[in-house]
Each structure stands twice: as structure tokens, then as C-alpha cells.
Design a binder for this molecule. Structure first.
Ligand code: GLN
Length: 533
């Protein structure tokens, strides 16, 4: 029978519930258990696909094309679990399926209510993750205890735990134990209050995980145990890590969290195998060299908007014993003057939507192309590479994407015919995994070391096939194509140290133990070119 772990949050948001959940999953997997993970988000959007990165950070895309919360990136990367459409549910998704069923007459004349209809739908969603062969499901409940919006989810957790019976489901409450400088003390009151909110709604957490700045003392632990009704040994400290999130699993393992969780679920505490992780952490903490990459984007200052890209650079760095320092540069600021880029070893132009910052991205790409600086263009980045080449090499002055200029006389990037006229915004993109064939003899084929690949997409616009031959004849090689030859997936310059564009998002598939070849390729080329300078 599958066991369930629910992770709730208290006091404030942003405590790193996703990293904690993913770290726990990794530790349980390293003791031989199969783990599935899912996240419940209390907002009303059906998925985060229509939300601005300012609201939500990156939208993470799974193989099956679900647009999800960025925490799912941590689940896939840290815990090595595969996520799908059962891995992320929002209130919007839950409510809309209940309402759709009501319209179809699916409730046989009943008054459709929060309890039991919404809570039943949530419990069905929880069960959907417990596929055959899965030993443990970890479900993260977004939001903070006390939020109006997360109440139906917490009520469903209460019911689920009660129905599952003792030792089959448990609740871990992640909370903050702040250090108050003026009194020189750590305070447990906010955690006591947030646990009492859970008690009021019938949830009695089995374990507290306390985010702290410094070491917790016995006195604080005793107080938390007493007031929160959690045995002392299940009050776990999760202190701020010094250098890297890759320290979290080790930190939690040292506190015995995974063994204690297994004890509470009455599962055998098998031997754990963490050697690979220790080696990985060692490489993160002791790099042999550094490499400086400029990320030319439009959400500078908002690292969450490019979360998977930063992680992919960390993975490439681990493989190459290199610390990759990736700075975000505001594309708009490069529009008039790109000289800032000379301080970097390589450039990455990420995906994005809308016209703001396009001129700066195109200027940065022209700089990279003409200064022979290694450069990777992702999705919108590839599209800007094509526009830049058409304008500055072919001389098509108004070449553009119809996303930015519907009147252009050279629509080098355009909607596919079947996309034109679609007015709906949610869920209408090319989403998820698509196969791609790499062209023999290209850098792309060399980097991947294989001809057939599968990568994840999230975009509406495509390379316009009417310009394929002209651009290729002018030197912009097409190195990746859909197997039916209809969609250009990759471009590159053969007479450049590294100038590669991809229509897909490689950052979603990079893993700590399996770095993505395009990121490794960019960092390698950047180190090489710097060495030659
Ligand atoms: N805005 C572009 C499109 O829709 C690129 C999207 C992206 O970079 N993810 O095609």
C-alpha cells in the first residue's frame, strides 16, 4: 500500500518547501523507495501558464506538456522523479473539473458543495499520484497555514489522513523559527501559532521542520514540542545552508529526517547510499575554475524567472569542475551599447514573450556573432538569432517575428497556419516533449552524440519555412528538424566557436547527474575561448 506524506507551510511563504520536499524524496529514494511527488497550488488559475514570471517565476514544463509550478523542477532535478499532469493541481483545475461535471449532470441532483465535492476531487487528485509500484507519495500543499485559499486542500488532507489510518499518512509542517537580534533569541511563538491554526482544523502535524538561521537550542526544541504537540525527536532543524541548495539533502540526512519519517510510516529503514551526492556536493563547493556567463533577459533581478537555466549551469559546472557565474543583464540596457558583454566568457539568450527587450537581445546576439563569443539561444533566443541574421547578414531590414511586428515584409518567425486565428491564450502553445532529428556533421549532433532526441517545448511561433533555404545558403545552418521535416528545431553557425539556437527548452531536462549537452557545450566553449584570448 502506498504511504502518503503531506508537507504544509507555516508563518511565511518562501521557506523552501519545494527544496525540502525534493530533498526528502531524494533521501527516501536513496534508501530504496520509489517516490512520486505532487504540488497543490491554491490559486484560481487553471495552471501557471498564463501568469507573468513576476507573479510566479518560471513556468516549468513536463514531458506530457503540463505547465507547472517551478517546484516541480526541483522534484525532477533533486529527486529524479518524473512529473506529469497528476503532479500539479491548482484550485482552478480542481474547481473547473467539479463545475464541468455539474454542468454535465454528473452529481445526480445533489447540491454541489465544498465538502464533499471539492474535497473529494482533491483526494482523487492525491490518489492519482499513487500509481502501482509507488511506495511513497509526497504532496506539497502550497501557501501558508491560515490562508483562506488553502483551506479546502488542508481539509482534504485531514480527511485523507483519517481515512488512510495510522502510519499510512503523515503531515510535516515546515515553519520558521526566527532569530530576533534585539533580544538575541530565537522565537518559537510564530510556529506555535501556525501549528495551532492546523490543530483548529483537525490536522495534527507528525513532524516539524524548522527553518532557522543558527543552531536551535534544547530550550526551543522543548517549547516547540510542548506547544505544538510533536515529540521532541520529530522537531527537526533545517538551518540555512552556507553555499548551495545542494547542501540541503545532506543537512536533513544528518538530522535523521528520512529515517524518522520511515519510522513514523512504519517502513524499514534500509541502508542509504549518498556517496554520489557527497561527490556532487564536493564538486559544487570546490570548483577548479570559474566561467562568467551573461544571461540577457527581461526579468533581470528576478532569478526565479530563469530558475531551470541557473540550475542547468550548475549541472554543467559540476560536470566540468567549474563554478559558472551567471549574471542577469537587462536586455533593454544593451540596446544602445553592448560593451558590458566584453566582461563575460559566454552569452545565453533565454525564452520569453512580448516585444520588450527584443532590440537588446538582437544587439547582444549580433555582438556574440561578430565577436565570436560563445552563445546559446533558447526558444525566443533562437527566434532572435534568426531575426538578427536575416536583418544584418541578409539585409532584410524589417525582418521580424509576427509576434512583434505583424506587418513585417520578412516574417522569418511566424505562427504555423493551424495556429492563426486562435484567440484563446491558455494551453494553446506547442507544449511538452517533441522528437527532433539532428543533422549529421553539425555541432548539435556532436554535442548530443546521437541523432534522435526529445526535448520540451513551450511556444506559439516557429521558424518560417519560406526562409529556410535563403538563411541556410547565407550560413545559418539548420542542425535540428522535426522528424517529418516540417519544423526547424535547431540552428547554428559552423564558422563560429559556439553559436547555437534551439526552439525547445533544454533547461527543463538538465539534471545534476546528467547535465544537458547544450549547457555543457556552451560552458566548455566559453572556457576555451577565454583561454585563447
Ligand atoms: N514568444 C515566443 C513564442 O511564443 C517564444 C516563446 C518562448 O521563448 N518560450 O513562440
Amino acid at each position: 500500500m502506498t504511504k502518503h506524506i503531506f508537507i504544509t507551510g507555516g508563518v511565511v511563504s518562501g521557506l523552501g518547501k519545494g527544496i525540502t520536499a525534493a530533498s526528502l524524496a531524494y533521501l527516501l529514494k536513496s534508501r530504496g523507495y520509489t517516490v512520486a511527488m505532487q504540488k497543490f497550488d491554491p490559486y484560481l488559475n487553471v495552471d501557471p501558464g498564463t501568469m507573468s514570471p513576476y507573479q510566479h517565476g518560471e513556468v516549468y514544463v513536463t514531458d506530457d506538456g503540463t505547465e507547472t509550478d517551478l517546484d516541480l523542477g526541483h522534484y525532477e532535478r533533486f529527486a529524479g522523479v518524473n512529473c506529469d499532469r497528476h503532479s500539479n493541481y491548482t484550485s482552478g483545475k480542481i474547481y473547473s473539473s467539479v463545475i464541468a461535471r455539474e454542468r454535465e449532470g454528473g452529481y445526480l441532483g445533489a447540491t454541489v458543495q465544498m465538502i464533499p465535492h471539492i474535497t473529494d476531487e482533491i483526494k482523487t487528485a492525491i490518489r492519482s499520484a499513487a500509481k502501482p509500484g509507488i511506495d511513497i507519495v509526497i504532496s506539497e500543499i502550497g501557501g501558508t497555514a491560515g490562508d483562506i485559499e488553502s483551506l479546502p486542500f488542508l481539509e482534504a488532507v485531514r480527511q485523507f489522513k483519517n481515512e488512510a489510518g495510522p502510519c499510512n499518512a503523515m503531515v510535516i509542517h515546515l515553519t520558521l523559527v526566527p532569530y530576533i537580534k534585539s533580544v538575541g533569541e530565537m522565537k518559537t511563538k510564530p510556529s506555535q501559532q501556525s501549528v495551532s491554526i492546523l490543530h483548529n482544523i483537525g490536522i495534527f502535524p507528525d513532524m516539524l521542520v524548522c527553518r532557522t538561521e543558527t543552531a536551535m537550542e534544547a530550550e526551543q526544541r522543548r517549547k516547540l514540542s510542548l506547544f505544538c504537540n510533536v515529540p521532541d525527536e520529530f522537531v527537526i532543524e533545517e538551518r540555512d545552508v552556507q553555499h548551495s541548495i545542494y547542501e540541503v539533502p545532506q543537512e536533513l540526512a544528518e538530522r535523521g529526517m528520512d529515517a524518522k519519517v520511515l519510522g513514523l510510516l512504519k517502513l524499514p529503514v534500509n541502508e542509504s547510499h549518498l556517496d554520489d551526492w557527497h561527490e556532487l556536493l564536493n564538486r559544487v563547493l570546490h570548483p577548479e575554475r570559474t566561467c562568467r556567463i551573461a544571461l540577457v533577459g527581461k526579468y533581470a533581478g528576478l532569478r526565479d524567472a530563469y530558475k531551470s537555466i541557473f540550475e542547468s549551469f550548475a549541472h554543467a559546472g559540476i560536470a566540468l569542475h567549474t563554478k559558472v557565474e551567471c549574471d542577469m543583464l537587462e536586455a533593454e540596457e544593451l540596446e544602445a551599447d553592448c560593451s558590458k558583454l566584453s566582461g563575460y566568457d559566454g552569452i545565453l539568450v533565454p525564452g520569453g514573450f512580448g516585444a520588450r527587450g527584443i532590440a537588446g537581445k538582437i544587439a547582444a546576439l549580433q555582438y556574440a556573432r561578430t565577436h565570436r563569443m560563445p552563445c546559446l539561444g533558447i526558444c525566443l533566443g533562437l527566434q532572435c538569432m534568426v531575426i538578427e541574421y536575416a536583418r544584418n547578414v541578409l539585409g532584410y531590414a524589417d525582418a521580424d517575428s509576427t509576434e512583434f511586428n505583424p506587418e513585417t515584409t520578412h516574417p522569418v518567425i511566424d505562427l504555423m497556419p493551424d495556429q492563426r486565428g486562435i484567440a484563446s491564450k491558455g494551453g494553446t502553445m506547442r507544449l511538452g516533449a517533441y522528437p527532433c532529428t539532428l543533422v549529421e556533421g553539425t555541432r548539435a549532433a556532436e554535442l548530443y552524440g546521437q541523432r534522435q532526441i526529445s526535448e520540451r517545448h513551450r511556444h506559439r511561433f516557429e521558424f518560417n519555412n519560406a526562409y529556410r533555404d535563403t538563411l541556410a545558403a547565407a550560413g545559418l545552418s539548420i542542425s535540428g528538424i522535426s522528424p517529418d521535416d516540417t519544423l526547424v528545431e535547431m540552428v547554428e553557425l559552423s564558422d563560429h566557436p559556439f553559436y547555437v539556437g534551439c526552439q525547445f527548452h533544454p533547461e527543463f531536462k538538465s539534471r545534476p547527474f546528467a547535465p544537458h549537452p547544450l549547457f555543457v557545450g556552451l560552458v566548455k566553449a566559453s572556457l576555451k575561448v577565454r583561454g585563447e584570448r
